[in-house]
Design a protein around this ligand. Sequence first.
Ligand SMILES: [Zn+2]
Ligand SMILES: [Zn+2]
Length: 155
Amino acid sequence: MAGVGPTAEIHDLVHRRLHESGIRYTGGRRAVVTAIQMATGPRTAAELANAATGDLPVSSLYRSLAIFGETGILKKHHGSDGIARYELAEWLTGHHHHVVCVACGAIEDIDVPDAAERALHDIASSLGAQAGFRVLDHVLEVEGVCLGCEVTGDR
Ligand SMILES: [Zn+2]
Ligand SMILES: [Zn+2]
């Protein structure tokens, strides 16, 4: 999940990945990665624009998001509201899962205890094997209604 790796280490990994593609890791791009890394789940471009420190033009934010997408630094999620949300890819932050609000589309990281993660892995592996697949990975999203939507009843 976001925040697993120390910020300095993540910047270092992002820098190296961009460098491989001949792309400079500018201050603006660094600010975008920091904003994403501080978030507790995938965030929309608008949310990231608000969270990013410094005077970051929206056009440059979108350009950064596109570059990070092309270089595999970001993972993009399409929420139930159809709005794209971005988080750092798992190779940067570690394997994790999400809880998704079916009312407003908000997505938050959830902490899966090791024992539950092993159980999920075993279930996914046996289900995949039934279909003749060698299982590589799994994705699990828990759907629900977030606290904000539950309180306002706005759904
Ligand atoms: Zn919600
Ligand atoms: Zn898992």
